[in-house]
Each structure stands twice: as C-alpha cells, then as structure tokens.
Design a protein around this ligand. Structure first.
Ligand code: GRF
Length: 199
C-alpha cells in the first residue's frame, strides 16, 4: 500500500484530537492515506505542535493578515499544492470556506461535525440538542460543499443523551465516536469507495 497512499492535509484551528486520531490511523502502513501536512488558521492551535512532534509539515496563516478571504484561501491552496495533497480533512477548522476553495476540492474534502446531520448544522450543537430534549445525538463525517455542513454524509455514529448530561459530558461521549469514524471515513474515501455518493 505504501506506494499509492493518498496524500492528506488536515486543517485545524485548535486542540486537534481528531487530527491525532487520523495521524494514529495512518501509522499503519496498510492504511490507504498518509498525513503529509497540517495547516492551521491560528498559530496558537495546540494541534500544530502535536503534528510537528510527529515530523509532519505544518503551516499557520491568519485570515486577518490578508485583505480578503479569497487571498487567504489562495495562499492556503499554494501551501496544499506544495505538499502535493490529494485529499483534505477539516478537523475543528473554524473558518467558513469560500465557494472557489470548496469547489476546487469537491469530492476530495471532508469534515467531522458533532451532530447527527442534518440536525444542528453550525455551532453549539450540544447545547441545542440538550435544549430540545434530544435522547440521541452523535457525529457525522460528510463531504464539504459550499453550504455550511450540508454535504452528503459519509458515516455517522449515535450516542445516547443521558438525563444529567451537560454540553461538556455530551461532547466528550460524542468525541470518542468522532475519533472512531473519522479514520474509517478517510479510509473509505482514500480507497475510492465513495465516488457514487459524493456531494
Ligand atoms: C470536534 O468536536 C469536531 O466535531 C468539531 O470541532 C471539534 C474539534 O475538536 N468540528 P478537535 O480539535 O478535533 O479536538
């Protein structure tokens, strides 16, 4: 497998626990993808140091340094191209991406979202699930399309919502499942198993 593994970049903004789950999966030489770079829009993102310690190329650039989102995303594209990237994984990347950037990666860029999409697109998913009295929640890996959290789902996992849950306890229960399904979804994408369902 090592000769034709897909080259993957991960985009983060923070802690990077999903990033770490992907890096861990890719340690297996039989896994069909390798993590070749981690890009953050925040220089202080803790995940950057974790990736660097793994010997993975890293870069950070703040959108505020650029006159426009297009220019910011053009530089992101240049970095991804310099890493010769095949696939992009968003993992807690807290910027909405523009249509040109998203379309450039159509069918090749996926995201992990902490809800059972199409429920609770956007932020504060756990607070909203609890406020609704949901008894089940979970997470979704989906293709990235221009509409926020609207792309076709690839894998989902459910967890129960318990009576005494807070947003933090529910988030922690869901995060365990995120770390399980994200590497599995990337495996499927890298093997070309998702072409019929993309977008
Ligand atoms: C995760 O809950 C993910 O679903 C959401 O942002 C969070 C990122 O956490 N998109 P981490 O940085 O991967 O630990």
């Amino acid at each position: 497998m090592s000769g034709n593994r897909k080259r993957v970049a991960i985009l983060i903004s923070g802690r990077g626990s999903n990033m770490s789950a992907l890096i861990e999966a890719a340690r297996d030489p039989g896994y069909p993808a390798e993590i070749v770079g981690v890009l953050s829009n925040r220089a202080a993102a803790p995940g950057l140091a974790v990736a660097a310690a793994e010997g993975i190329a890293t870069a950070s650039l703040a959108q505020s340094q650029f006159p426009s989102r297009d220019m910011f995303e053009d530089v992101m594209t240049q970095i991804l191209e310099s890493w010769d990237v095949d696939l992009v994984c968003l993992a807690g990347f807290m910027r909405i991406l523009g249509e040109d950037f998203v379309n450039r990666w159509a069918g090749r860029m996926i995201n992990i979202h902490p809800s059972l999409l199409p429920l609770y697109r956007g932020l504060h998913t756990h607070e909203r699930a609890l406020a609704d009295g949901a008894t089940v929640s979970g997470c979704t890996v989906h293709f990235v399309t221009p509409g926020l959290d609207e792309g076709a789902p690839i894998l989902q996992a459910q967890v129960p919502v318990l009576p005494d849950d807070t947003p933090d306890t529910l988030a922690a229960r869901i995060l365990v499942e995120e770390h399980r399904i994200y590497p599995e979804a990337l495996r499927m994408l890298a093997l070309g198993e998702l072409t019929a369902t993309r977008q």
